[in-house]
Design a protein around this ligand. Structure first.
Ligand code: SAH
Length: 248
């Protein structure tokens, strides 16, 4: 199939939850769309309209979802794939390009990736500035990589004294791994390092708490939580947590 000139495909980040944190670019792109594709709870965040078809799908069907979006756009539809947060952070933008590798005939399709505010940055802003110096982001899920690699990256990032943001920290299907991650962090960072649990940031269910690694327990995280561990200089100031901009 050759791409029809008027079809396009955008991969958009809806931000962490609050409507005010959806960018004007994403909003106007959704206004112009004919089809919205994504995981059910994200599609549910898009206001329905008569001339808009909503295609909600289950989790873990990212490649099918991306292939469907490519097909629709190639047939002339104006398609938005929605992700939470930013679409390039452990989300649909990479899945789209993986699907595109199997469809070289569609390489000239009008494709755009529209950024959004990722959970780690929304959480950091709520806590203060725990990511004010060098930091990294690690997905703790071993769905798409071996757990041994998660452990290795965790240990090396801690040794390099990065502040860290953890996505997908703990799910019902793998409840023990986050306890292992906390053990590694305690070994590498000591008991006094600050760790922030930020749940459902910018939604009515938001809950933020900062404790030391000695006080942290696995139950403090679930799949709606992003976890931020400070570096060796991260400290409290009043109700805030911040990381100084300098390191020796
Ligand atoms: N693309 C998304 C991340 C998808 S992975 C983004 O950029 O934010 C899903 C993980 O993101 C969740 O397990 C959780 O760790 C984190 N997350 C997403 N939204 C969140 C929110 N509002 N508050 C806290 N964590 C969130």
């Amino acid at each position: 199939m050759t791409a029809r000139a008027n079809g396009w495909l955008a991969v958009a980040g809806l931000g962490p939850g609050d409507e005010q944190l959806v960018t004007p670019e994403v909003r106007s792109t959704l206004d112009a769309a004919t089809d919205v594709i994504g995981y059910f709870p994200y599609v549910a965040r898009v206001t329905p309209r008569e001339d808009l078809t909503l295609h909600g799908s289950d989790n873990r069907v990212e490649l099918d979802r991306a292939a469907h979006a490519l097909q629709l756009a190639a047939a002339g539809a104006r398609v938005v794939i929605v992700s939470s947060g930013d679409p390039g952070v452990f989300a649909m933008a990479s899945a789209l390009f993986e699907a595109l590798e199997g469809r070289p005939d569609l390489i000239d399709l009008d494709i755009r990736i529209l950024p959004g505010i990722t959970a780690m940055l929304a959480a950091s802003a709520r806590a203060g500035a725990p990511l004010g110096h060098d930091f990294c982001a690690i997905n703790l899920s071993d769905n798409l990589k071996p757990w041994a690699l998660v452990e290795r990256r965790l240990r090396l990032a801690a040794q390099a004294d990065f502040a860290m943001g953890f996505y997908n920290p703990r799910s019902a299907s793998r409840p023990h791994q986050f306890a292992l991650a906390l053990d590694i962090l305690r070994q590498e960072c000591g008991p006094d390092r600050l760790i922030t649990f930020a749940r459902a940031v910018t939604t009515p269910d938001e809950r933020i708490s900062t404790v030391t690694l000695a006080e942290a327990t696995p139950e403090m995280a679930d799949m709606r939580t992003v976890v931020i561990v400070g570096n060796s200089a991260t400290k409290r100031i009043g109700r805030f947590v911040y990381t100084p901009r300098r390191a020796d």
